[in-house]
Design a protein around this ligand. Structure first.
Ligand SMILES: NC(=O)c1ccc[n+]([C@@H]2O[C@H](COP(=O)([O-])OP(=O)(O)OC[C@H]3O[C@@H](n4cnc5c(N)ncnc54)[C@H](OP(=O)(O)O)[C@@H]3O)[C@@H](O)[C@H]2O)c1
Length: 291
């Protein structure tokens, strides 16, 4: 919303690598990239899930020449990832877009492969796109997400620093801020989600992975820093804009005008969240009643 219309890059015949591409948002991005004519490599741990996703993604290729590859690897093992990436670059093509989607809500793993050799290779080629998957709780803290939120906040710092470091090399960085999205990962997360967190998230609704993936891909191809879905995420992203880079004067003016009024709307949400926490604290039986 209100983002400037930068020229959209093409994925045709380009190589897109997606960590976490066997499920949820990552798989939805892989399918869209295949539909756009890209070679797609997906990385994840579970071989069966990778095989299923591989077969599904293959159905969406638009030319015979497109190569779809699956790589069983744990992204927390950087050395194994590096070796695998080198191999697929040699056999397919240099990586044009790297989408970091591997992760889960109970955080605690390295979710990012942009440091070290990947960054060096993008710099050498003087083109490329890096996508990091954060979350709306990468912009604001929320009950029940303390560890997860800390990791996702960190990705913003990493993304903004990388943008400066990579600007002279024509490499863009996009930070995806998905809202609640209907994926196997989200279903899993719900099993241990505190009632307070559920009540706070209810208002935001549940989004389809295809919608979120489409927005991420569009924003990444247009070189936007933030990728968000929905009006509430627009409010939050604008409110938290701080010292983030801006992509046009129009965008800057809109942020300048909206920041004050949006602070009031934000304060209303914060009060509501605080009320939920107090209500649940005073009525410990509320969880059982809800179940
Ligand atoms: N869904 C949401 O509501 C939501 C909201 C905000 C942000 N996000 C973020 O979006 C990203 C994707 O979430 P999702 O809901 O699509 O999750 P998902 O359906 O659980 O998919 C996660 C993917 O990551 C892979 N993965 C996890 N750990 C890995 C590891 N150590 N090494 C390699 N692959 C690994 C999984 O495959 P294996 O398990 O086989 O390795 C799977 O392919 C995550 O970073 C999540 O935090 C999601």
């Amino acid at each position: 919303m209100f983002a400037n219309k930068k020229q959209r890059k093409s994925l045709w015949n380009r190589h897109v690598v997606i960590t976490g591409g066997s499920s949820g948002i990552g798989k939805a991005i892989a399918i869209l990239a295949a539909q756009d004519g890209a070679h797609v490599s997906i990385l994840a741990r579970n071989v069966e899930k990778l095989d299923d996703a591989f077969r599904e993604i293959k159905k969406y290729i638009v030319t015979e020449d497109q190569i779809i590859t699956r790589v069983p690897v744990d992204v927390s093992c950087l050395e194994a990832v590096e070796n695998n990436l080198l191999e697929i670059e040699e056999t397919i093509a240099p990586i044009f877009m790297l989408v970091n989607c591997a992760g889960f809500a109970a955080c605690g793993r390295l979710e990012d492969l942009t440091e070290r050799d990947i960054k060096r290779r993008f710099k050498k080629r003087r083109e490329g796109i890096i996508v990091m998957t954060s979350s709306v709780v990468g912009l604001m803290g929320m009950f029940g997400y303390s560890a997860y939120s800390a990791c996702k906040f960190g990705l913003r710092g990493l993304a903004e620093s990388l943008i400066m470091e990579l600007k002279p090399y024509n490499v863009s960085v996009t930070l995806a801020l998905p809202p609640d999205t209907d994926t196997p990962g989200f279903e899993n997360e719900n099993k241990s989600k505190p009632l307070e967190t559920k009540l706070m998230s209810e208002a935001g609704g549940l989004h389809k992975p295809e919608t979120v993936a489409k927005q991420i891909l569009e924003d990444a191809l247009r070189g936007h820093l933030f990728s968000y879905v929905g009006f509430e995420s627009f409010i939050l992203t604008t409110l938290c804009i701080g010292m983030s880079p801006f992509s046009s004067i129009i965008e800057l003016i809109i942020q300048f005008i909206l920041l004050g009024p949006l602070r009031l709307i934000g304060a209303f949400y914060i009060k509501q969240f605080e009320n939920i926490v107090l209500k649940c604290f005073k009525n410990p039986n509320i969880q059982e009643k809800k179940d």
